[in-house]
Ligand binder design. Structure first.
Ligand SMILES: NC(=O)c1ccc[n+]([C@@H]2O[C@H](COP(=O)([O-])OP(=O)(O)OC[C@H]3O[C@@H](n4cnc5c(N)ncnc54)[C@H](O)[C@@H]3O)[C@@H](O)[C@H]2O)c1
Length: 342
């Protein structure tokens, strides 16, 4: 039998635990796994592109557990009543290859992306950062805001989206959490006085959501929406003025903001900073940029965290996912019992 967390149980468990507590818990698991980065199998995700969007498979293994996530990215989906991003994921035991844990990951991806942004910001941003600009207030946005309160005590949010309804939704959802929220009329206005800039827009285009002249010394940029070939958010000139940090370089060169720069453009992987192998921010004036695309190890960490926390609770179900004949060579016997006779 395989343990299973469906959407109803994931949402119920997050509500019971508290969204911030879940993000903080995933953050701990992420940090642990990033520190043992070299023990994982790594490959750029396998992407199937269409004019509408992308469907991706994201595998990794630490030689004890194997994980993969199925995820899509369809920026035009909300106009049709569907979400831009949906996902599910699996953990398996490498010793026998059996899937041990299956979970919805639409909600979990938002939580793990927020936790990854928090890990990067905690490592790279100025610790005295208090104000965050957020460009794009769709599905990921509230999770990002909560994560930055955990990472850096961010209390003030300056938000902009091309869709006023998305801003209204964001304000409505986050007001009970006690943030000061300033609604800006443009990205430029949102960036005024910001220490952190999070871009989480969805557009299958080389967009310039943030222009170079808006980026000031000392800022930390958390760019999560540029995550596919031909889908970027930042003026490429920003890259040349920033210290750029990435998850897994071979994947980010294909998908991240750095696709706008040559293949030898200098980057540092976040795990290298966490393990002391490379330096992070070098001065209060430096611009740091986390060019995030989302990497399989983050899903591995998030799945492990949920699996460990829901084990033995009512939020976990057991499903019959693997055929299991008494004689492991007699698979036909299972269907033979239902075959017509005579
Ligand atoms: N890096 C990662 O690990 C990671 C993980 C999940 C999602 N993502 C990406 O993050 C992005 C946001 O995802 P989502 O689920 O919140 O999508 P969403 O469609 O729910 O929200 C995106 C928002 O961006 C707004 N927007 C689009 N263009 C804009 C512009 N030029 N200026 C201001 N606002 C603009 C839209 O109106 C929308 O409200 C997507 O591109 C997605 O692929 C990245």
């Amino acid at each position: 039998m395989t343990n299973f967390v469906d959407v109803r149980n994931m949402v119920g468990w997050v509500a019971r635990t508290g969204t911030e507590a879940v993000i903080a818990g995933i953050l701990e698991y992420l940090e642990h796994d990033f520190r043992r980065w070299e023990s994982f199998d790594k490959t750029p995700r396998v992407a199937s592109h269409t004019p509408f969007g992308v469907i991706e498979l994201m595998p990794t293994s630490d030689h004890e557990s194997y994980a993969f996530k199925y995820v899509n990215g369809h920026p035009s989906n909300p106009a049709l009543g569907y979400q831009t991003v949906t996902a599910f994921g699996v953990l398996a035991d490498v010793h026998n290859g059996y899937p041990t844990f299956l979970a919805e990951m639409t909600v979990l991806t938002a939580l793990r992306t927020a936790a990854t942004s928090a890990l990067a910001a905690k490592t790279l941003a100025r610790p005295d950062s208090t104000v965050m600009a957020m460009i794009g207030t769709g599905s990921q946005a509230e999770f990002q805001a909560l994560a930055f309160r955990i990472a850096l005590s961010i209390r003030s949010l300056r938000v902009y989206d091309v869709d006023p309804d998305a801003i209204a939704k964001f304000v409505r959802n986050l007001l009970p959490f006690g943030f000061e929220i300033v609604v800006a009329g443009s990205a430029s206005e949102a960036l005024e006085g910001a220490d952190i800039v999070t871009t989480c827009t969805a557009d299958k285009a080389r967009a310039t959501v943030v222009a170079d002249e808006l980026v000031r010394p000392g800022m930390h940029l958390n760019a999560i929406g540029g995550d596919c070939p031909g889908k970027t958010e930042l003026d490429p000139a920003i890259l040349d003025r920033s210290a750029v940090f990435v998850e897994y370089t071979p994947q980010t060169r294909i998908e991240g903001e750095i696709q706008q720069r040559p293949a030898d453009f200098p980057v540092t992987e976040l795990w290298e900073v966490l393990t002391g192998r490379a330096g992070g921010r070098t001065s209060a004036e430096q611009i740091t940029l986390f060019d995030s695309v989302g990497f399989a190890i983050e899903d591995f960490s998030a799945l492990r965290f949920v699996r460990d926390r829901v084990a033995g609770t009512a939020f976990e179900q057991r499903i019959d996912l693997v055929a299991d004949p008494d004689d492991p060579k007699d698979l036909f016997g299972l269907v033979g019992a239902f075959s017509p006779v005579g």
